[in-house]
Design a protein around this ligand. Sequence first.
Ligand SMILES: Cc1cc2nc3c(=O)[nH]c(=O)nc-3n(C[C@H](O)[C@H](O)[C@H](O)COP(=O)(O)O)c2cc1C
Length: 159
Amino acid sequence: MKSLIVFYSLEGNTRFIAQTIAEEIKGDILELKPVNDIKQKGFMRYLWGGKQAMSKKIPELKPFDKNPNDYDLIVIGTPVWAFTFAPALRAFYSKNKIQNKKIALFCCHGGGKAGTLNKMKEQLTGNNIVGEIDFMDPLIHNKEDNARKAKEWARKIVK
Ligand SMILES: Cc1cc2nc3c(=O)[nH]c(=O)nc-3n(C[C@H](O)[C@H](O)[C@H](O)COP(=O)(O)O)c2cc1C
């Protein structure tokens, strides 16, 4: 089975989980990079990013060289921003019509996933959701445990 791990990460947590999964299932990686990403620091970062997420902003993404249609399983990861998925994912969904794929979803958050994964699923109707999982700031809280959790989950979704 050919697997692609698609993700966006501002501070590295989602990237860490995405890379761990990719290594475990020998998948390809597609990191989504907005042309203009957040430059603000501290509280202003939350305010600006939260506003972008809540207003369903669709940022322009840098070009990428992977075609999701070439894969059987697509693992999609996002940080939680203002109780939903990050704007870069909205840009990905708006540009790529994904259908009839196995999809596995994960998110990283600072306290709770809220409705994030359900909102992702709403963007992915017509696919088979084979797994979902969330991680609380995995780079800060028990990095090794979170890596183990990600690997175990990855093995399950490719079975
Ligand atoms: C703009 C912004 C909004 C956020 N909103 C939430 C939130 O609503 N709920 C939550 O639990 N964490 C929230 N967080 C924390 C991140 O989801 C969390 O730190 C995540 O692990 C970051 O992933 P990353 O390192 O891949 O960017 C927010 C972070 C940012 C930058």
